[in-house]
Design a protein around this ligand. Structure first.
Ligand SMILES: NC(=O)c1ccc[n+]([C@@H]2O[C@H](COP(=O)([O-])OP(=O)(O)OC[C@H]3O[C@@H](n4cnc5c(N)ncnc54)[C@H](OP(=O)(O)O)[C@@H]3O)[C@@H](O)[C@H]2O)c1
Length: 384
């Protein structure tokens, strides 16, 4: 039998026809999908999935069956009214949320491939990954809580993948940027991680880029808050904990058993402001100005720039802090809310490997989740 490529060559089809080569029936795969958390990222993902479904079915033989969507209080399932519930943004048949019933519905009883996507930031959802994976359901998520949570639970999640189910979480670190996969590829091809360093917070990158002494730091935080660059409570960014979680995820990917408690985190929030109610914190933001002005002055004395940097190395050192970098450093030239990660490895030793670009936002984060789904789908064997 002639291959698709030789048939195309014989008929001199232009390159744009390459993608419509009929998919061999053996490559046809059906993947049942359930989405948990239709918030900013989840909604963007639903749009991306719906737009891509016809192309995936036609070009790759991958049929995605969206079986349901669950939010914190309510959920819809296609068994209630497949046609009605298939519409995004339109009327749907909702019932009270019940994650166990939801997972059972997506798993089905016909031995199909099933995948749950967790786009929440919820601990109760993350706590269920182990049981879902053990039952053979794949899990994909941008939620950092499981991959950076208690080490024993993380190890149990990895062990649950012995069922053959896959767990992917690329978008937990720098959203859609290929950071976890890049590290995975380096390690899988026999390289060794020596150190990873980066700016993992778009908010803090933006604040550092803009903090030039022209305006008080507090005014910049207020502006970032108004632009939606910060979490509702900016202390969630300024404390550095979210960055520390990303460092833990990368360390564990490298096989280093790091926990959040092992990371030395320098919070930008003065202790006097740490425990205040959010509104009071916002009112007293200007108490951050003097220490931040002093740090900027120190950077200028050293002819450097201030950057919020996370560092991890093979000796177990893990830090998150505001540092002064030379003006020639790669991290000194990031733009807007860019994230950047630098891997120093045995192969990439003299000149480290750099991944850089926008590291937040619903669209790019959803695309990172979608890419994880596609990698899992690619590895599936055909089932009914
Ligand atoms: N936004 C970004 O740029 C970005 C970047 C990287 C990673 N992430 C991660 O992506 C995830 C989603 O972020 P987001 O910005 O989309 O958040 P979001 O807009 O707040 O959406 C969160 C969603 O999770 C749902 N949810 C909460 N608790 C739940 C539960 N127990 N069961 C089922 N659903 C539940 C919420 O439902 P209700 O509306 O009913 O509460 C909501 O639909 C988070 O883990 C975040 O850290 C986000």
């Amino acid at each position: 039998m002639k291959s698709c490529a030789s048939l195309l060559a014989e008929h001199s089809l232009p390159p744009r026809h390459l993608s419509v080569c009929p998919v061999e029936t053996t490559r046809r795969r059906v993947l049942a999908v359930g989405l948990i958390g239709p918030g900013r990222v989840g909604s963007a993902l639903l749009d991306q999935l719906r737009a891509a479904m016809p192309r995936l079915a036609r070009d790759s033989g991958l049929e995605l069956k969206l079986c349901g969507v669950a939010a914190s209080k309510r959920m819809w399932m296609d068994c209630d009214d497949a046609e009605l519930n298939g519409r995004h943004g339109g009327a749907q048949t909702w019932r009270p949320s019940d994650l166990d019933a939801f997972a059972a519905h997506v798993a089905g009883t016909d031995g199909r491939h099933a995948l749950l996507i967790d786009c929440s930031a919820n601990e109760d959802v993350a706590a269920r990954y182990g049981q879902w994976l053990a039952a053979g359901m794949h899990v994909v998520t941008p939620n950092k809580l499981a991959a950076s949570g208690p080490l024993a639970r993380w190890q149990a999640i990895r062990a649950a993948c012995a069922s053959g189910a896959r767990f992917r979480y690329e978008a937990t670190v720098c959203a859609g940027l290929p950071v976890v996969q890049t590290l995975r590829d380096l390690l899988d091809t026999g390289d060794e991680l020596i150190a990873a360093e980066g700016m993992f917070s778009g908010t803090l990158a933006w604040l550092c880029n803009r903090h030039d002494g022209q305006q008080p730091f507090s005014a910049l935080v207020r502006e970032a808050h108004a632009l939606g660059y910060t979490e509702p409570d900016p202390r969630d960014d300024l404390s550095g904990i979210d960055v520390a979680r990303k460092l833990v995820i990368l360390a564990r990917e490298a096989g280093w058993p790091l926990s959040l408690e092992d990371v030395t985190v320098e919070s930008l929030v003065p202790p006097s402001l740490a425990a205040l109610p959010r509104e009071e914190f916002m009112e007293r933001l200007d108490e951050m100005d003097a220490p931040m002005t002093a740090k900027l002055a120190q950077a200028r004395t050293e002819s450097g720039v201030l950057r919020h940097v996370a560092h991890l190395d093979r000796h177990g050192r893990a830090t998150v802090s505001l540092v002064v970098l030379p003006a020639t450093h790669a991290f000194a030239h990031t733009r807007l809310t860019d994230n950047v990660v630098q891997f120093s490895t045995r192969r990439y030793c003299d000149n480290p490997l750099l991944v850089q670009g926008p590291g937040a936002g619903p669209e790019v984060t959803a695309a990172g989740v979608f890419a994880d789904l596609l990698r899992i789908a690619e590895s599936l064997e055909a089932r009914a």
